[in-house]
Write a protein that binds this ligand. Structure first.
Ligand code: CMC
Length: 393
């Protein structure tokens, strides 16, 4: 293989240096720009974390005010987006609709596409952070045949998103502050995770000098897969399946261990964490808080806890060091708030937006960046001649 190293899935290959996010998979540690995720989830806001990830430091109050106002005044979407969203079939998956919408941003905002112009990148960053939640809400409403509402920029980004998703033009919608704070924490927990599949997709596309919107739309595509962000929806489908069939959770776990039809315990396992995912702990606490506040009893929460209990005491999972990841309990919170399962991965994408932008920006500014171009080990046939059609058997 000459000087080429074979490393499927990049198990052991660092594609970049990065100063954004630190993970210690053995210890279950996650930090953004050095600050522990637990502190950020407790004390910070989504836009403050976005600033931290993108700019490297916590903002002063003046910097945060400017950043927030540059985002909030851009939440409106061009009217033509309504026609774009209307054009999709009713049953189109909102994640795909959102990917198409983000891709379309590069046709509407051609004045902010130059990756090497700092001011243009600043504007496209604000546009993405502002418009993606609006798009997510629209993707949801169009699927349900509901009227689209205009953002109300007196509200925070998250209050606005909840209102655009669940409110109706004829009545005031006031989100429960416990729900708003829970959403804020969940978005913070999802904001970055170093060189995961979607961040790597964003960097790879960006390394060809594609614009920020186009690079991020590649990230949304990667995130949609069930082995990545799609896992949060797959967990709910799994829990629904076990509940509706009346199956004993222990029997389901036997199927997982026997790898029957390739079944996996969704929301478990991670390429980097070989310990409890620190995000999963915080998510479980949020689930308890939100369900109590909303007076929701969801038997799927008990079911998930039972599956976790079985897994943590079972050799199959212990030997492979499989623990709950961030996706294991999030769906139960999203359901309690009112989101349908197909919106779960869209919520992950809203959360991950600051991380993708930070990764792309770091890549663009890094003098060591080269176009991403992995090598291969050729396993095909040696040279042979073209065979005329009439001579083929
Ligand atoms: N259930 C049952 N067995 C599993 C699971 C699981 N969830 N995850 C891994 N394994 C087994 C796997 O079968 C393999 O066993 P063996 O050595 O006998 O072949 C061993 O553990 C190693 O697994 P792997 O697939 O080689 O590990 P990976 O690092 O390539 O995959 C993963 C990581 C996250 C894709 C995988 O653990 C998985 O498919 N989990 C379920 C999907 C999921 O929850 N994904 C969300 C990940 S966290 C958030 C995000 O990235 O979006």
């Amino acid at each position: 293989t000459g000087d080429v190293t074979y490393d499927p899935g990049f198990m052991n290959t660092a594609s970049t240096t990065s100063a954004i996010t630190y993970i210690d998979g053995d210890e279950g540690i996650l930090r953004y720009r050095g600050i522990p995720i637990e502190q950020l989830a407790e004390k910070s806001s989504y836009l403050e974390v976005a600033y931290l990830l993108i700019h490297g430091e916590l903002p002063t109050s003046g910097q945060l005010e400017n950043f927030e106002s540059s985002v909030l005044r851009r939440t409106l979407l061009d009217e033509r987006f309504k026609r774009l969203f209307d054009g999709f079939p009713r049953d189109a998956h909102p994640m795909r609709v959102m990917q198409a919408g983000v891709s379309a941003l590069s046709t509407f905002y051609q004045d902010s596409l130059d990756p090497y112009d700092d001011e243009q990148v600043r504007i496209s960053t604000a546009r993405l952070l502002a418009k993606v939640p609006t798009m997510a809400a629209y993707a949801h409403r169009v699927a349900h045949g509901h009227a689209l509402m205009y953002p109300d920029n007196r509200l925070s980004l998250i209050e606005n998103f909840l209102r655009l998703t669940f409110g109706f033009p004829v009545e005031d919608y006031i989100a429960d502050p416990v729900v708003v704070r829970a959403m804020e924490k969940l978005l913070i927990l999802h904001a970055d995770h170093e060189q995961n599949c979607s961040a790597s997709a964003v960097r790879l596309v960006g390394s060809a000098q594609a614009d920020l919107f186009t690079s991020i739309s590649a990230g949304i595509g990667a995130l949609s897969g069930p082995a990545h962000g799609g896992a949060n929806a797959a967990v709910m489908t799994m829990l629904d399946g076990i509940r509706d069939s009346g199956m004993d959770p222990a029997d389901f776990m036997e199927k997982v261990k026997n790898k029957e039809k390739g079944i996996r315990l969704m929301g478990f396992g991670h390429r980097v964490y070989k310990n409890y995912d620190p995000r999963a702990k915080i998510v479980k606490a949020i689930a308890d808080e939100v369900l109590e506040r909303l007076g929701v009893h969801d038997e799927r929460l008990e079911l998930a806890m039972r599956l976790e209990e079985i897994a943590l005491a079972d050799d199959y999972f212990v030997e492979r060091r499989l623990y709950p990841n961030v996706d294991f309990y999030t769906g139960i919170i999203y359901k309690a708030i009112g989101f349908p399962t197909d919106m779960f991965t869209v919520l992950f994408a809203i959360g991950r937006m600051p991380g993708w932008i930070a990764q792309w920006t770091e890549m663009i500014k890094d003098p060591a960046t080269k176009i991403g171009r992995p090598r291969q080990i050729y396993t095909g046939l040696p040279k042979r001649d073209y065979v005329e059609m009439h001579q083929r058997t």
